[in-house]
Design a binder for this molecule. Structure first.
Ligand SMILES: [Zn+2]
Ligand SMILES: [Zn+2]
Length: 275
């Protein structure tokens, strides 16, 4: 099949100890969240074959430390511009970025050849949002740190080619785990984190015609396991389990390549649809 990789994504790590997603288009390299120290970010990017000096921008989803911790040091040391909402900018402990681009969470914007469609997410942060990225006709969505899948979030994910979705906790492991009741309630609330069942329901709801990769991220190290998250999501999928990958906290992922499907492939997949 003739395919051209329009977007490539890889995580430096995913979870409550740090989140960072590398996204590359034909012309642009972006870091989505910067939740590791400068040293760790440099080392993990090097493992993926990317230097910090090649970064065109850093986007921050919200001001929690696991998403913003390294943004100040990285942006200052390597003169990288930062994109944030007003709320995230004012909420971040270290917001001394060399160049700040404030965006509105309901207004799409462009960085070189990447179109970014941000959308607000229900989470206990000042102005939390997540993103759909588009380049070369391919769309990739990053959706973590949200307590509920609102109709607006679902609408934004229609027809995406790749998805990183939060699988923070298994409800039973959270209930019987070490967290005190107040913290459990925070995680479970509509302003907390997405559980495995909610993620599975979202994945099942999506149109799968072009969905090439389903990445499960932001897993709790206390209240979840790779096996449970994977099984919960796969249980709701009729086919295509090989598209599902669990992202690690303490290691980079592989690169995931997203291609624009050829007309033939699209027609072929339409032919498989029931009349
Ligand atoms: Zn987080
Ligand atoms: Zn958060």
């Amino acid at each position: 099949m003739l395919e051209v990789a329009a977007l490539q994504v890889a995580t430096l790590g995913s979870g409550s100890s740090g989140n960072s997603l590398l996204l590359r288009s034909a012309k642009t390299t972006l870091l989505v969240d910067c939740g590791f120290t400068l040293k760790e970010t440099r080392a993990r990017m090097a493992a993926l074959g990317v230097s910090l000096d090649s970064l065109d921008g850093i986007l921050i989803s919200h001001e929690h430390g696991d998403h913003v911790k390294g943004a100040g040091p990285v942006s200052r040391k390597h003169s990288v511009p930062v994109w944030v909402t007003h709320g995230t900018f004012t909420g971040a402990r270290d917001n001394r970025f060399p160049k700040v681009n404030v965006f509105h969470a309901h207004e799409p914007f462009v960085i070189d050849d990447v179109r970014i469609d941000p959308f607000p997410t229900p989470h206990d942060a000042a102005e939390s949002c997540q993103f759909v990225f588009e380049s070369g006709g391919v769309r990739f969505a990053n959706v973590t740190d949200l307590g509920a899948c609102t109709p607006h979030v679902r609408e934004k994910l229609v027809g995406v080619d790749g998805l990183l979705v939060e699988c923070n906790y298994d409800p039973e492991m959270l209930r019987s785990g070490p967290y005190p009741p107040m913290l459990q309630a925070r995680i479970r609330s509509d302003w907390g984190h997405l559980g495995n069942d909610q993620a599975a329901e979202l994945v099942a709801y999506l149109d799968h015609k072009n969905l090439q990769h389903i990445l499960l991220g932001h897993l709790s190290e206390q209240n979840n396991s790779d096996e449970v998250a994977y099984a919960t999501v796969c249980k709701r999928l009729i086919r295509g389990h090989e598209r599902v990958h669990v992202l690690a906290q303490h290691a980079c992922s592989q690169w995931f390549h997203l291609s624009k499907r050829t007309v033939e492939a699209v027609v072929a997949s339409r032919d498989l649809q029931p009349a």
